[in-house]
Design a protein around this ligand. Structure first.
Ligand code: ADP
Ligand code: MG
Length: 302
């Protein structure tokens, strides 16, 4: 048997350790490649689910405003009313917009309802970008998606309650008989069926607002925009109207109302406060009680 020399042993050991190193390196490489593959699969899966989630979130959002600006220009003067509004309102929310007189509440509501344009930023309604839209397209979207309720009811004085409610269907080309029948169903829903033949000047404020709400609902909108709907009503009637709006919201319609009355705002799920052209505060459902207490305290110490 041949005696291995010391240097041979060293050499063998050298080669052996080199092989180990190479094997380790390869193993590491394999592990690295495996890890990369796993990571890639994980990333792809995550992206996949994120995309679904993101799309769902976007679908859920009824209105999205990003950095919306609006100025009114009269003569040489320009009044910057909305200074970068960022706001998302989801489908089925019941929201109130508050703020002092002149803070831009109606301006904001008119932009949301496609009654007015904005200068800068972006506004998505039900997933559609509303920008530089011509009046014909805006009117079509309004008819399909939005119902309006105003403080002064905006009923047509020479038409009776039923005809007022049926009016949006007239613009849609529905026959008189059919639209009057549907209008009667909505008047019944509002509890004022017996007032169908009455003219607006024969009705109380609360009855007129019920007619206006029925009219806003007849084209089956996804959003109801109400600008101070209780502003011209006594408190009992105001609460009744809020009850109706709440029921409408329970059916899944997004309701956004402008009010300066805290007790009315407190009946909604979320209060958005406008100040100096921006959103100064958003008070959510759970915080309403605290807000109410704080407000009552403020009244007591005023
Ligand atoms: P709010 O509803 O909160 O009381 P508005 O949105 O109606 O406030 O108005 C915000 C500001 O913009 C007010 O100072 C108002 O005078 C002004 N404004 C509203 N509409 C117009 C318009 N069409 N032209 C010029 N100024 C306007
Ligand atoms: Mg206003």
């Amino acid at each position: 048997m041949r005696q291995t020399t010391c240097s041979e042993k060293q050499e063998t050991f050298y080669w052996f350790s080199l092989e180990v190193k190479i094997a380790e390196k390869q193993k590491k490489r394999i592990i690295h490649v495996q890890n990369q593959a796993v990571y890639r699969i994980k990333l792809t899966t995550e992206c996949f689910f994120w995309n679904i989630y993101d799309r769902k979130q976007k679908n859920k959002a009824m209105l999205i405003l990003n950095n919306v600006h609006k100025s009114y220009v009269t003569g040489n003067n320009s009044l910057h009313v909305l200074k970068g509004i960022d706001l998302t309102i989801e489908q089925g929310e019941f929201v109130s917009i508050m703020g002092s007189s002149g803070s831009g509440k109606s301006t904001l509501l008119n932009i949301l309802g496609l009654l007015d344009s904005y200068d800068e930023g972006s506004y998505y309604l039900n997933g559609t970008l509303i920008k530089d839209m011509n009046e014909k397209k805006a009117a079509k979207m309004r008819n399909e998606l939005v119902g309006f309720v105003f403080q002064s009811f905006n009923l047509i004085s020479f038409k009776n309650a039923m005809e007022n409610v049926a009016l949006p269907l007239y613009y849609k080309g529905v026959t008189r008989k059919k639209r009057n029948k549907i209008a009667m169903e909505y008047l019944e829903k509002m509890g004022i069926k017996e007032w169908a033949e009455h003219m607006p000047n024969e009705m109380s404020g609360g009855q007129k607002q019920r007619v206006a709400i029925a009219r806003s609902l007849i084209s089956k909108p996804k959003v109801i925009l109400a600008d101070e709907p209780t502003g011209a009503l006594d408190s009992t009637t105001s609460y009744e109207v809020m009850g109706i709006l709440s029921e409408i919201n329970n059916e899944g319609i997004t309701v956004i109302l402008v009010t300066h009355e805290h007790d009315i705002a407190a009946m909604t799920q979320k209060i958005i406060r406008l100040k100096d052209g921006g959103i100064s505060q958003i008070i959510k459902n759970g915080e309403l009680r605290a807000f109410k207490n704080q407000y009552t305290k403020q009244l007591e110490t005023a």
